[in-house]
Design a protein. Structure first.
Length: 188
């Protein structure tokens, strides 16, 4: 069994609706099936025992000797891909470390940007800002950056990339490109 973020729970609910329609089964049965895929007896057990405490989504502990979080990946060699998808009409952000690996949901970073809505792209509103703060939180995870520095990078990413995307399309963005755009080190 694994811990699941609140954002992933919401994505699973949307997926259960879709599964229920496609398979012709009740929504509650679809929820139970998905919970079983994650090692839980049923949906209520997933919600009771599997939902990750929101406080655990804070920045990881930083090692004083290295300045990095334990297990942090060096960003210069990050071959990861950020997938911007539309699921049941709702924009979601996923991260896949390597081609062929399973993608994971990029969690929101309410510690960096206070917004209760979801993600979006293609304009300068709260949804795209929420996405940028989540992306920057994941991209620079384990680095010694202040909230102000992360905020600057998120807003740079919003201006240079996220606001310019078509909100009706899905995208695959390489981590190294997002890092370059967020830090202003992209090559023209």
């Amino acid at each position: 069994m694994q811990k699941i973020t609140n954002q992933k729970v919401e994505a699973l609910r949307r997926l259960a609706k879709k599964l229920g329609r496609e398979k012709g089964i009740p929504y509650s049965h679809a929820l139970d099936r998905l919970a079983q895929d994650y090692g839980f007896k049923n949906w209520s057990m997933l919600q009771k025992n599997g939902v990750q405490d929101p406080l655990s989504l804070r920045l990881p502990e930083i090692s004083p000797s290295t300045g990095k979080a334990p297990g942090a990946v060096a960003h210069q060699t990050d071959e990861g891909m950020y997938l911007l998808r539309i699921l049941e009409g709702a924009p979601v952000a996923l991260y896949r470390h390597q081609q062929g690996n399973t993608a994971e949901i990029v969690p929101t970073r309410r510690d960096l940007f206070q917004y209760d809505g979801g993600y979006a792209w293609g304009y300068h509103g709260s949804g795209p800002q929420n996405l940028c703060f989540a992306l920057v939180g994941k991209l620079f995870q384990g680095e010694r950056l202040t909230k102000s520095e992360l905020s600057d990078r998120a807003l740079t990413l919003l201006e240079k990339v996220i606001s310019r995307l078509d909100n009706a399309k899905e995208y695959e963005l390489e981590a190294k490109d997002l890092l370059a755009w967020a830090t202003g080190s992209e090559r023209v």
